[in-house]
Write a protein that binds this ligand. Structure first.
Ligand code: GLV
Ligand code: MN
Ligand code: MN
Length: 412
């Protein structure tokens, strides 16, 4: 391993540790889109970029962006990045690894005095996880020009509108269109695998060929609140008992397509009132359904909705389903896959191509530009968990492959 790259990789691991200080929920790592911790993490990222001689800035929608010119000013750009928001009680590598690796690549090129035929644009997206607001990937959608302005009006659980949170953060909701990127040749993202395949096969890197599509819905079950002691079991309209049956129906439907890698998750459940002696009258829960093929996912969602309606009718409650997020499955660009395979092979490793079960900004960027991803193995395949971990050696290998890809990249 090149000594400079090993040093850059060590610094990258240190920065990943340092970013854990930017949390809204210490000692846990929670950095939701447009939160104070996100603002402080962004300031730190900008400071590191400036040390590297880059004029980094926050764009109107809360992404951090910076440009490293190519040989000729104004050349088309290869965009590299990932996100710096996190789930609640997160690990430190999901997103932040790729956002900081983009900066590390530029630092390496600058240290080598290298300018390429393309410019490099680095981006740290703010909203990949979609934990704070119902709709997600606001940052990459704005860059790709596929954002719906109504997204700005959505509210978080505390009733704060995205528009107002964006203003407080230093963004400019009225100039959302100005976040749209132009002159981009392609987009690539380095990310932890978030699954166990690479570790099981003893490989540090994987090249992503496709990203599963996702549908998210918000479900509200309306029953009738009542006295826990005075209401006989046969005269109740218990919204939580109905929701429980619906959740199991969702799980059963997903398990029926196990061999097609269909997955469904209810990760959030709110019981209004929530008292020990009150029959729940209103329950809200989230549904997240993913699959490699859009038609499989759509059919599963429709059948889950029908099963929920049937349960509601039988129990004398009502259910209301609202879609909050929809991302089509994305087949990565073939030239980018080939480029990553070549970069991995140049390190003496056999390229392993695999799909991504998790969602990524790449699937949005890919709607407008050729896009692709490189995965690095993570310990036990664990992610969305503070135990998330990668080794320093793998980080250095990933950085070497990404840098090689960038150096060899030719704009189409
Ligand atoms: C993001 O991590 C997602 O796939 O939900
Ligand atoms: Mn991620
Ligand atoms: Mn994630």
């Amino acid at each position: 391993m090149d000594q400079d790259l090993a040093r850059v990789a060590r610094r990258l691991m240190e920065r990943l540790d340092a970013l854990t200080a930017f949390t809204d929920d210490p000692p846990r790592l929670t950095r939701l889109f447009l939160s104070p911790a996100h603002r402080r993490a962004a300031a730190q990222y900008i400071a590191w970029a400036r040390e590297a001689g880059l004029e980094a800035r926050i764009d109107p929608v809360g992404n951090i962006r910076a440009r490293y010119e190519g040989r000729e000013a104004g050349a088309k750009a290869l965009m590299i990045g990932s996100h710096i928001d996190t789930v609640r009680d997160a690990g430190r590598y999901d997103g932040a690894l790729g956002a900081l690796a983009a900066l590390a690549v530029v630092e390496t090129l600058a240290a080598r005095g290298r300018r390429l035929d393309v410019a490099i644009e680095i981006v740290a997206f703010g909203d990949e996880e979609g934990v704070r607001f119902p709709r997600t990937m606001t940052g990459s959608r704005a860059l790709a020009g596929v954002n719906e302005p109504s997204a700005l009006e959505q509210k978080d659980a505390a009733g704060v509108r995205m528009r107002d949170a964006l203003i407080a953060f230093g963004g400019a909701p009225d100039r959302l269109a100005a976040a749209r990127a132009d002159g981009v040749a392609a987009f690539v993202e380095l990310h932890i695998e978030q699954g166990p395949v690479l570790e099981a096969e003893g490989r540090p890197l994987g090249v992503v060929n496709a990203i599963n599509g996702a549908t998210r819905l918000s479900a509200i079950v309306y029953g009738a609140a009542g006295h826990a002691g005075a209401s006989p079991m046969n005269l109740r309209h218990d919204a939580l008992a109905a929701a429980a049956e619906m959740i199991l129906a969702i799980e059963t439907r997903a398990r029926a397509e196990i061999e097609r890698d269909l997955v469904a998750t209810v990760g959030r459940l709110d019981v209004e009132g929530g008292a020990v002696n009150v029959i729940p009258g209103k329950v809200r829960f989230s549904i997240d359904v993913r699959s490699p093929r859009d038609e499989w996912r759509r059919r599963a969602v429709a059948e889950m909705a029908a099963a929920m309606e049937a349960i509601a009718a039988r129990r004398g409650v009502a259910v209301e389903l609202t879609p909050t997020h929809e991302a089509a499955a994305y087949a990565c660009d073939l030239k980018i896959i080939a480029g990553f395979e070549a970069a991995v092979a140049s390190l003496g490793l056999e390229p392993r191509v695999l799909p991504s079960g998790a969602g990524h900004d790449t699937m949005i960027m890919g709607q407008r530009w050729p896009a692709g991803m490189l995965f690095v193995r993570c310990k036990g395949g664990v992610s969305h968990n503070p135990a998330e971990s990668i080794s320093g050696e793998d980080c250095a290998i990933a950085l070497a492959a990404l840098t090689r890809f960038v150096e060899d990249f030719r704009a189409p």
